[in-house]
Design a protein. Structure first.
Lengths: 214, 214
DNA sequence: TAATAATTTTACCGATTGGTAAAGATTGCA
DNA sequence: TGCAATCTTTACCAATCGGTAAAATTATTA
């Protein structure tokens, strides 16, 4: 522990700055090409430094990726954690959807980094998925089921509800290229976002059947 | 044209078999690692042949990928094409959802191949997205809007409706690892599929508000 | 300001990448 | 059966991959 303490000494100003630049560049590259498709040269290029210089701060490509994923997972589950068992069910779900949608808008690269990781078999996050994530979802699933039992919202499969919220919101980050191709580039990002938010609100609350018919 | 005709002569039995084996292997590898993350050696390995032998049938890595994407797009849009303007709106939408869900179940690698491509900026399918895909979606969006206008279903943004159908259904193929991690490996694929189908039916038709309340 | 620590550059390494040349083996057919 | 067309293997290539060694430079501090 003493020996380690010497290694864990305070970070230099330069170290601080360069690690940030590297992580920023790596997020850009990894989110675009996935782990195997990304190269250290690309990241170094995007960070505006030489490859050996980059490797002075992170000893391996894997180390950069690992840290990025770690930081990502820290924030990723927050919106779900915030879902309040004592709140108004429909309002809680609507809030959750909106928060997830905001994250897709504000952190699309993080979303794609995660999507790439899952899509390619999640070799580096499997334990988190089966541990932390699963526990949190189990917990919130119980809450949602209880809401249904109490007649505060429709009874439904809470797991698939959560999946469908993840899917619909993250879609706007992960499939951004497709969304833009279909809607046209000219529509502003904010307009798209507001339209999406309005639609998802409607879908998750009322569904699509003709109004007035029950 | 005459000169080309000579090249387009009938395929040998061996050629037929080997091209199939290669495409099958390539689908496996590309869908797992994306274009840049996949290597010819991996594909050749999976196809049980040497790299130069593989390159006898496909002259470049790109050519294999291109053909796979081409074949994929042929089938991918069929369910949407089949949506009948003269059918019962809600039933047509439910059918569309089910067909897409079946595709996610039966062709998960194709779904992931496409997802990888879009996620990584869609460099090889941009023209299809902005052309064929966009036109089809525009056409069906008009149909859905008309359904709303006639009071046969709720008025809603048809584009975001289509996005949300794509997102929710493809999620089960693209994020399979995550879905399994949360639901547990033990649940059979069929059970998962039926649960998902039932939930999506409920969501898209009735939404989540408590039944009886309008 | 001198010495020490931190940072950057230059030059490189072996392994792997996508792809080729050409000789050898196999196949189908007259 | 012979022979041309098809197929497969062996041996390679230049470029790029992730990563290292060590000298040269810059920043920090006693």
């Amino acid at each position: 522990m003493k020996a380690r303490a010497a290694k864990t000494r305070r970070k230099t100003r330069i170290q601080q700055e360069n690690e940030e630049r590297i992580l920023e560049a790596a997020l850009e590259v990894f989110s675009m090409h996935g782990f195997r498709g990304a190269t250290i040269d690309q990241i170094a290029d995007a960070a505006g430094m030489s490859k050996p210089n980059l490797l002075y701060y992170f000893r391996t490509k894997d180390a950069i990726h690992r840290l990025l994923i770690e930081q990502l997972l820290d924030n990723w589950l927050d919106p779900l954690r915030e879902m309040d068992p004592d709140g108004n069910p429909l309002q809680e779900i609507r809030n959750y959807i909106r928060r997830k949608l905001e994250m897709a808008r504000d952190f699309p690269r993080e979303s794609r980094l995660f999507a790439n990781e899952i899509l390619q078999g999640a070799p580096r996050v499997e334990d988190v998925l089966k541990g932390e994530l699963r526990e949190l979802v189990d917990e919130k699933a119980k809450v949602i089921r209880e809401w249904g039992r109490q007649g505060k919202m429709a009874k439904c499969d809470p797991y698939h509800l959560i999946f469908s919220i993840w899917a619909t919101t993250q879609h706007y980050a992960d499939f951004d290229v497709q969304v833009r191709a279909v809607l046209g580039e000219d529509m502003s990002g904010d307009g798209r976002f507001e339209d999406a938010a309005r639609f998802l609100d409607q879908l998750f609350v009322d569904g699509l059947k003709a109004p007035g018919k029950n």
